[in-house]
Write a protein that binds this ligand. Sequence first.
Ligand SMILES: Cc1cc2nc3c(=O)[nH]c(=O)nc-3n(C[C@H](O)[C@H](O)[C@H](O)COP(=O)(O)OP(=O)(O)OC[C@H]3O[C@@H](n4cnc5c(N)ncnc54)[C@H](O)[C@@H]3O)c2cc1C
Length: 697
Amino acid sequence: MANSENKVMDFMSTLPGDDVRQIMWRYSDRYDLQMIVQSARSLARGPVARLVADGARNSHEWNDKKAQLLTGFDESGLTSAFMDPEEGGFIEGPKNLALALIAFELSWVDAGAATCSLASNLALSPIKEKGTPEQKLTYMSRCVPPQPGEDRTVWRGAFALTEPLPYVGVDTGVVSGKMRIVEWEDGKEPMLQVEKRGRFITNMGFANFVTAAVESDDDRIKGSAMVILEEGDPGLFDRGAITLKLVHQLSSTSDPILNLKVPASRIIGGYTVKDGVIIPNYNHGDVIESVFRRTRVPVGIMTSAKLLSAIEPVIRYHRTRFRGGNASTPGTPRFELGVQQKEDALQRLVDIWAAGEAGAAFGFSTVHLLDRFDPLERRKEKVLEEMGIKGGRAQMKLFKELEKDALEYMELSRLPESSRDNARLAELEENTLVQFLITDALANVFCPACKLWNTGVGATMMREAVSLMGGYGITEDCPGFLGQKWSDAQLEATYEGPEAVQRRQLSITMTNPLFLTQFSHWIKELEELDSNRPSTGAAVLSEAMKLWLWTLEYLQKTKDADGKALYHSQRHGVVFPLADALCWLLTVRQQILDVVELEQKGPENPVVAADLNGLINFFSDLSSVQAARAAGECGRICAELVYGFNRAETDGCDALQTFNAMRLGVDTKLAGSRLAKDRAATALSKVMIPEALDYPA
Ligand SMILES: Cc1cc2nc3c(=O)[nH]c(=O)nc-3n(C[C@H](O)[C@H](O)[C@H](O)COP(=O)(O)OP(=O)(O)OC[C@H]3O[C@@H](n4cnc5c(N)ncnc54)[C@H](O)[C@@H]3O)c2cc1C
C-alpha cells in the first residue's frame, strides 16, 4: 500500500493533467468529450482571459467586445454541443457530462463566460425536456451556428422565470406573468396574449427568443405553462433595464418587459382542448423541475473549477514571494519555497484543493448519473403511456407499489450470486419503472446537494484562496482572477435557486427510503473499502454516515422540549442543517471513489502510471483531509440538533448515550487525518508547476 509506514513516501511530480482527470471523472473513453474540453479550454484561456484582463468586466452593458464570446462559442463547437446530431449537433446521447465539462473549463477562467454559454441552453432546456417534436426541431436547429454555405443568424435564447418583486423568486409558485386568449377562430390555432416581466434575466441583451413561465388569466386556459416568445412577435419585446451586477459581467442580464401575441402552439409541450378549454400538457412547475434538475449541476461544478484553478496561482505566488533581496539566493529555502516555508500557507491550500476536489468529484458523478437517468426517464414515460397512466394519483399509487420491488432489487443485488434469486434480480433489472425509481431517488438528492454544497461551501473556500494571495487577492490583476472568482461564486450560490431552495428540496427527498437504503449500503461499502484500502478517509466517513442516519431517525421520532415535532419540512432549523450535513458526506464519498478509480485504472495509462504512486498518495491524503472535515461538520450539526432542543442537560439520556458512543466512534476514526494533511502539504511544497500561468496569454 502506497502510504504504508515502511515505504518511502512518493510525491506527485507535477500538477495532475488531463490523463488523470479523464480517469477520475470517467471520460477516458470519450474522445468527443476530450476534444470539447480542449476547445473550451483554448477559448477560456485565450479570448475569455484576454477580455477579463482588458477590463471587459468593468461594464454592465452588453457590448461588441463581450459579443465576441458568442462567436467564440459558435466557432469552437460549444454552442452545438447541446444539440443532437439530427438538430445539427455532434454529440450522440445525453449531454450532461459534456455541458459540465464545458462549464468547468470556462469557469476555470471566468464564470460569467460560462454562464453566458450555458444560458442559451437553459432557455432551450424547457423545449428539449418537454417540448413537442416540432418545437424541439425548430428551436434547437435555429440555435445551431450556420454550416458552411448557409446564410442565417444563429438564435440565442433567454429563460425567464424570475419576476420583479414581489413575485417569483425562491418560490416558483407565485407567477404574475399572464396568458389570455385574444383570438380563437373556428378550426384555427388560438392566439394568446402573453405578458411577462422578468428580473435578472440572463442573455436578455441579445436573445432572439424567451422561454417564459406564465399563468392563465383566462377561464379558457387551465393552470400555467411555459411559453416561447420571439423577438419578431407582434407587441412589445423590451429588453429592459440592465442589471448592475457586481459579478459575472461577461454575461448579459436585464429586466425585460414582454407583451406579445403568439399562437397557442408556442405552449411548451403542447396542449389539448377539452370543453372549450386549453389544457397545457405541462404546467410551468413540471417543466422547471425537469430543467433545473439538470442545469443546476454544472453551476455547482463551476464553483469547484474555481477552487481547483486557484491552486497553481497560489503556489506560484507563494514560492516566488521572497525572491530577490540580499537574503535570498537560488537554492536556499527562502528563494525556492518563499511563503511555502510556512506550514499554515501550505495546509490552507490543501483545504482549498480538498474542497475543490470533493465538489468536482461529486458534480461529475452527478452528471454521469443524469446521463444514465435521461434515457431511463424517457423509457419510463413510454411505459406509463402504454399503461395509460398520465401522472397524478394513479402514477403515485403505482410508484408506491413498485417501491417494494425497488427495495427488493437493491437487497438482491448486494447478495452473493450463489445465494440469491438471480432470475428475480434479472427481472427487476429489466423493469424500467423499478430502475427509474432507484435512479430518480438518487438524482433527487444529488442534484440539489451538488448545487448547495459546491456553491455555498465553494464560495467560502474561495475566500480562503483569496486570502492566501494577500493584498494581491483583492485586486483586479490577481493571477487567476481569484478576487472576481470569489464574488462570482456567490452568484452561483444564488441563481437557479439559492441555497434555501436546495435545502428545501433535500429536506424532502433525503428521507425517501429508496435513497436511504442506498445510503446504508454505501456505509457497508466504505467499511469494506477501508479494510482493503485504508487511508482514504473511508473509515471516518462511514462512521459519520452512521451518525447522520441515526440522527435523522431520532429527529423523525422525537419532540422538542415544548412537545413540538422536530422533523418537519417547515422546521428549517432542523431539516436544513441536516441537509447540509448530508452534503458534506455525499461529496467526500465521491471523492474517495475517484481515488479508487485512479488507483484501478491509472496503471493502464502510461502517462499516469509513471507518477501513479505520488498521485495516489496525494489524492488519498486529500480525501482523508476532506473526510475529517466532513465528519467534523456532520458531528457538530448532529450534536446541535440532538442536544439543542432539550432544555436540561439530562433530558433524553438513554438515546443520547447511544449518540455519544457513535460520536466518539467518529472522532476516534480521525486517526491519521492530520498526518495526511501534513503529507499533502509537503506534496504541495514539492510539486512542479509551469513557469507561468497559461492565461491571460
Ligand atoms: C446575475 C443574475 C442572473 C440571473 N439569471 C436568471 C435567468 O436567466 N432567469 C431567471 O429566471 N432568473 C435569473 N436570475 C434570478 C435568480 O434565479 C433569483 O435571483 C434567485 O432564484 C432568487 O430569487 P430572488 O432574488 O427573488 O430571492 P428571494 O426569493 O427574494 O429570496 C431571498 C432570500 O430569502 C430567503 N428565502 C426566500 N424564500 C424562502 C423560503 N421559502 N424558505 C426559506 N428561505 C427563503 C433565502 O435566504 C433567499 O436566498 C438571475 C439572478 C442574477 C442575480
